[in-house]
Write a protein that binds this ligand. Structure first.
Ligand SMILES: *Cc1c(COP(=O)(O)O)cnc(C)c1O
Length: 395
């Protein structure tokens, strides 16, 4: 019989170095509270509660019936899917990409975000990753044998990294940099000037610039986030990861895409062709449906729902004296811990006293300490109930 300690010693060195996956740990605690009979409201994970739009489901149903879709898909994605991406991208950002060699289908953008590190890092190479940040940038760097260097995101800089503060010996070893705006977990948006700075910095230092645009369509008041490719010259050094998950409530479907510099896209493709066999064609066909112009109304409905929930929650949080960072994007609220409490302490108070699961900020990196994240991806009545419980919270 193999016990836990023996298994641990058998794990690869890189895998053993990873921090415990944040959401797994929260899940454990949550289940403990649920088992005590508490009606727990989970506002911790960015997983939309609203169903996928019907036309997308119907497209999948039709495509699934066609036996020619039952065979292995192509590694880079169906040409028709990549073409739909290029048309969507042009409509949305006014930038052109060649479906032949500048676009690749992904099994969710998380897959591409992880694999890009295997394509370009040698042991000892550095990947510059935002802190706080989406945990995959850091963990995939470590699994690929690279060294993550954390770029602190500070509120006084609107949660954008200060490239001036990176030591030159780190820059010399840096091969990849990740930016993510609209940002998870802080909800911050980046300006054109900030994106321009990122492109200049990456170009000057010959670093592959990876832009994670998972939240490009989650915005308010028609303030549309921009793409890194709205900056002239970005195509020389950048790749951008996009997802259908958050835009069309398709987290479970596992489909996304990357666009960018041909050589970078090609590097990612080489890794993928060795470890996976692409996205089920029927899901790509449903993805094509999602990217059509008439589907924009569903994205707009999502935005309105999120905006309404956000207004409600922000006003309650302010009423009880909590300080919320407010931006016009994402479905997250980044809230300051009250009264010098640690992120873990305030999250425990939310869970134990009012049965609400939030995410402690330090779960996204040490610079997230001092904050916690609320995700607005629960049904309206749950958000309402959560707001009522927060009102009663004595802080
Ligand atoms: C949700 C999320 C993703 C991953 O989305 P997929 O479902 O894998 O397409 C990527 N980046 C960030 C910042 C996210 O929050």
């Amino acid at each position: 019989m193999i016990n836990e300690i023996e298994i641990k010693s058998k794990l690869s060195n890189n895998l053993s170095k990873l921090p415990k996956y944040l959401f797994a740990e929260i899940d454990e605690l949550k289940n403990e509270v649920i088992s005590k009979g508490v009606d727990v409201i989970d506002l911790s994970i960015g997983d939309p509660d609203i169903p996928t739009p019907q036309p997308i489901i119907e497209a999948l149903y039709e495509a699934a019936k066609d036996p020619s879709n039952h065979r292995y898909p192509s590694y880079s994605g169906m040409y028709s899917f990549r073409k739909a991406v290029s048309e969507w991208f042009y409509r949305r950002f006014n930038v052109e990409f060649d479906p032949k060699n500048e676009i690749i289908a992904l099994i969710g953008s998380k897959e591409g975000i992880a694999h890009i590190h295997w394509a370009f890092l040698n042991p000892g190479d550095v990947s510059l990753v935002p802190d706080p940040g989406y945990p995959v940038y850091n963990s995939a760097t470590i699994l690929a044998g690279g060294i993550p260097y954390k770029l602190p995101l500070k509120e006084e800089n609107n949660f954008f990294p200060s490239f001036e503060n990176i030591p030159s010996n780190v820059i010399n070893k840096a091969k990849i940099m990740f930016i993510n705006y609209p940002n998870n977990p802080t909800s911050a948006k980046a300006t054109y000037e900030q994106f321009e700075k990122a492109v200049w910095f990456a170009k000057k230092n010959n670093i592959i610039l990876c832009s994670d645009l998972a939240y490009s369509e989650i915005y308010e008041d028609n303030e549309k986030p921009i793409s890194i490719f709205n900056i002239p010259g970005a195509k020389d050094i950048a790749i951008e990861f996009h997802s259908l998950s958050k835009t069309f409530n398709m987290t479970g479907w596992r489909i996304g895409f990357a666009v960018g510099n041909q050589n970078i896209v090609n590097g990612l493709l080489s890794i993928k062709s060795n470890v996976d066999s692409g996205v089920f064609n029927a899901i790509q066909i449903a993805g094509i449906r999602a990217l059509q112009p008439d589907m924009e109304k569903y994205a707009q409905q999502n935005r309105e729902i999120i905006s309404r929930r956000k207004k409600k929650m922000v006003s309650i949080l302010k009423d009880v004296g909590l300080e919320v960072y407010t931006s016009t994007a994402t479905f997250y609220l980044w809230v300051k811990n009250p009264k010098g409490l640690s992120s873990k302490e305030i999250s425990m108070i939310f869970l134990k006293e009012i049965g609400i699961v939030v995410t402690p900020g330090n779960g996204f990196g040490e610079n997230g300490e001092g904050y916690f994240r609320i995700s607005l991806t629960a049904p309206d009545d749950k958000i309402e109930e959560a707001a009522n419980r927060i009102k009663k919270l004595k802080l």
